[in-house]
Design a protein around this ligand. Structure first.
Ligand SMILES: Nc1nc2c([nH]c(=O)n2[C@H]2C[C@H](O)[C@@H](COP(=O)(O)OP(=O)(O)OP(=O)(O)O)O2)c(=O)[nH]1
Length: 132
């Protein structure tokens, strides 16, 4: 089966990482993830990231570098992570879709939230990459 990419955004502001608590589907609700979503046919991962952050959080963001690696989700999906930042003048993120709570986590707070199991290695690698 062809692999399909889910992009996760490591949205960082003032040295803090944005984490989002999923409100659906039931088996994922209550667990925390990097905001993002599925890359659609004909779309680049970076374009998908910008689109998903606009739809889910109501923000204007720009992608940065990819965090090396990819992490398996439910087949055929794999998680890839890009750093991202809010553009000047962007609205503050709000949980408009798929999430019910957002938190900007300082490095010391990152492991206070129950991340989705499959996100733990991705978040760890992201923090190393960001030097947080
Ligand atoms: N966005 C995101 N999804 C993740 C992460 N970890 C993880 O297992 N997933 C799973 C949850 C979903 O099953 C899938 C992403 O789907 P989604 O529901 O967020 O994406 P989407 O908005 O494009 O979905 P759809 O409603 O169009 O199907 O990947 C993560 O860190 N970020």
């Amino acid at each position: 089966m062809t692999e399909r990419i889910v992009v996760g955004a490591a949205l960082v502001d003032g040295g803090r990482l944005l984490a989002a608590r999923r409100s659906a589907p039931a088996e994922l609700a209550g667990r925390w993830e990097l905001p993002g979503g599925k890359v659609e046919a004909g779309e680049t991962p970076q374009a998908a990231l910008v689109r998903e952050l606009r739809e889910e959080l109501g923000v204007a963001a720009e992608p940065g570098d990819r965090v090396p690696g990819q992490w398996p989700l439910k087949p055929p999906y794999v998680l890839q992570v890009w750093t991202a930042r809010l553009l000047p003048g962007s609205a503050a993120p709000e949980p408009l879709q798929d999430h019910d709570v957002l938190r900007w986590l300082a490095p010391a707070e990152i492991w206070e939230v129950p991340w989705l199991d499959q996100d733990v290695p991705a978040v760890r690698r992201t923090l190393e990459r960001l030097g947080l």
